[in-house]
Design a protein around this ligand. Structure first.
Ligand code: PAN
Ligand code: ZN
Length: 190
């Protein structure tokens, strides 16, 4: 009988308490206010410099991007804060391959998952520790941190999904999540 072959371990570790992803192959990106300013309606940010970090993503691509059939894993951490009356949020995107779905799972903090279909109908799902979110294909997705602590969530998406940011840059979402008297409120664009 032959021994089962031992696949080379990529040595990726997840701290399941805080979601942190560690390992030589883990990549990282940071988005600062200067990267995101055009997303906010009133982009003046008193007391916050353009280098203020809004969110970080650490992710692992075990197979090449664009390869059909693989999966990627990532961890996003959004700081607590506001620009005007809008909460710190991710850029938001459709997947370039529109039919590609994704899971988000909240680890710490609280916020809202903002989902918009291609008819530009927007709705919310509340994110709290333990909440699991299935994002079907064809749905743009963005997360806003509505709490006073960092919001972290894991994501798992197909390796060939790709990210279409340009459609959001051009048209935005059809509604903005605003702090109205301390409550997160979805306000339709005029
Ligand atoms: C996530 C997002 C991550 C950052 O991993 O890429 O939360 O958001 P933006 O990509 O909109 O800046 C995901 O949805 N991947 O497909
Ligand atoms: Zn996505």
């Amino acid at each position: 009988m032959t021994e089962p072959s031992q696949a080379a371990s990529p040595g990726i570790r997840v701290d399941w308490w805080c979601g942190r992803l560690e390992g030589l192959l883990v990549r990282e990106s940071r988005k600062t206010l200067s990267h995101l300013q055009k997303l906010f309606q009133y982009p003046a940010c008193e007391g916050m410099g353009p280098d203020t970090v809004v969110y970080r993503v650490r992710w692992w691509e075990p197979v090449p991007a664009n390869l059909e059939g693989g999966l990627f894993w990532g961890l996003t951490e959004i700081e607590s804060g506001q620009v005007g009356d809008e909460y710190f949020m991710t850029h938001g995107h459709f997947h370039a391959k529109r039919d590609r779905a994704e899971y988000y799972g909240t680890i710490q903090g609280s916020g809202m998952l903002i989902l918009m279909n291609e008819k530009r109908e927007t709705r919310l799902e509340e994110m709290l520790p333990g909440s699991l979110h299935y994002i079907p294909g064809g749905i743009a997705h963005r997360v806003a941190n509505t709490g006073v602590a960092p919001l972290s969530f894991w994501a798992c998406w197909p390796s060939d999904a790709g990210h279409d940011y340009a459609t959001i840059d051009a048209n935005g979402f059809s509604a903005r999540l605003k702090n109205r008297n301390g409550r997160p409120t979805l306000v339709p664009e005029e």
